[in-house]
Design a protein around this ligand. Structure first.
Ligand SMILES: [Zn+2]
Length: 368
């Protein structure tokens, strides 16, 4: 059944690993969670690839050039594997790619500091394959307030509103992941096209600032958009969130040393944290999470706004691998999500929407 669905994931961070030369898209890597063999094993048809510029490049005025570099890395990796994967900028291109038996790759930017303050960058990036624009990452920027930074604009700046309209014009989906509630609500109000939150979870179930409130879920649904649930334990479970906070509090000095040592290198920092978590039994006191917990969050969104407004945005390769459910460690395990939805009693039609149909609908509406 899973094989018959169009399965879409709204967020992978593998381009960071590709950029560092640590993984090869073509082979099953021992590092990371995203590569073609595992995407194929998991029956994944559409992947949104994050092309993130670390905010450390902002003070040097290099956020846009760093983004362009990440786009180049991504496009080169896709080109090397053109027999298996291709970039889709429109629904027509997506249909053609899937009909050829390939995986459709969609570019996304996380944090609009990547625009470098230039409205015209929206169109320029779109031409290179970027069809999703995240307002913010963790940092408040010239467009919008972030969830986990100081509020500067009360949501969206005037420039942010112009960028939303520019994105509407050029077939780029606005993404409110990491944005503040006020920014997400403002983007939903300004956008004339459906918007998404590409990797998040439900705040009513886990009181984490990264998670979406009921009000934000309703606002995204009113645009016709989709909330994509991430597979990150600390977003999915309050117990896990608390356990990780407790662990971090008990190891402040060592963790600070790692963060300081790798403060300019997100990937090496993540790998060092992986090793640190490997060496410590940091979740000894909490029940292991499984995919069932991800389905709890899907159930919540379905009950609140209906089955047309929820999808999956794993965030694979975006946080240390310890932070994912035991039975959802990489893309090869994506069929576990479908199986869990079947066990919950969802119909085939509803499962098709959740696993990718909703994402593809928004992509079609935004890009036509
Ligand atoms: Zn993110």
């Amino acid at each position: 059944m899973h094989r018959d669905l169009i399965v879409a994931d709204a967020h992978s961070d593998v381009v960071l690993w590709l950029e560092a030369g640590l993984v090869d898209l073509a082979v099953h890597n021992s590092e990371g969670q995203t590569d073609l063999p595992r995407l194929r094993a998991g029956g994944v048809d559409v992947v949104a690839f994050n092309l993130w510029a670390d905010p450390i490049y902002i003070p040097q005025g290099r956020a846009a050039s760093r983004t362009r570099h990440m786009i180049d890395v991504w496009r080169a990796a896709i080109a090397r594997n053109h027999d298996q994967i291709a970039i889709a900028r429109t629904k027509t291109e997506l249909d053609r790619i899937l009909a050829a038996g390939k995986i459709a790759a969609i570019g996304k930017i996380e944090g609009s500091h990547s625009l470098g303050g230039h409205l015209r960058a929206v169109k320029a990036y779109k031409q290179l394959g970027v069809s999703i624009l995240g307002l913010t990452w963790h940092n408040t920027n010239a467009l919008a307030d972030a969830c986990c930074d100081q509020a500067k604009w009360g949501g969206l700046s005037a420039f942010g509103a112009r960028v939303v309209r520019e994105a509407n014009r050029w077939g780029v989906i606005i993404d409110t992941a990491h944005a503040s509630d006020a920014a997400a609500l403002a983007a939903a109000a300004v956008s004339t096209k459906p918007i998404i939150c590409s990797h998040t979870a439900v705040r009513a179930l886990t009181a984490h600032r990264r998670n979406v409130s009921d009000e934000v879920i309703r606002a995204i649904a009113r645009t016709g958009g989709v909330v994509h649930i991430a597979a990150i334990n600390y977003l999915l479970s309050a117990a896990w969130s608390a356990a990780i906070d407790t662990f971090h509090a008990a190891h402040t000095t060592e963790l600070e040393r790692i963060r300081e040592q790798y403060k300019d290198d997100w990937l090496r920092r993540t790998m060092a944290l992986n090793r640190f978590y490997d060496e410590h039994d940091y979740t000894a006191d909490v029940q292991p999470l499984t995919v069932e917990r991800l389905i709890d969050h899907i159930d919540y969104v379905v009950a609140l706004v209906g089955v047309d407004h929820v999808g999956i945005g794993s965030d694979f390769d975006g946080v240390p691998h310890h932070h994912f459910p035991a039975d959802l460690q990489d893309y090869s395990m994506f069929p576990r999500i479908t199986e869990a939805l079947v066990r919950r009693g969802y119909t085939w039609v509803d499962i098709a929407k959740i696993m990718g149909g909703n994402f593809v609908r928004v992509f079609a509406q935004a890009t036509q």
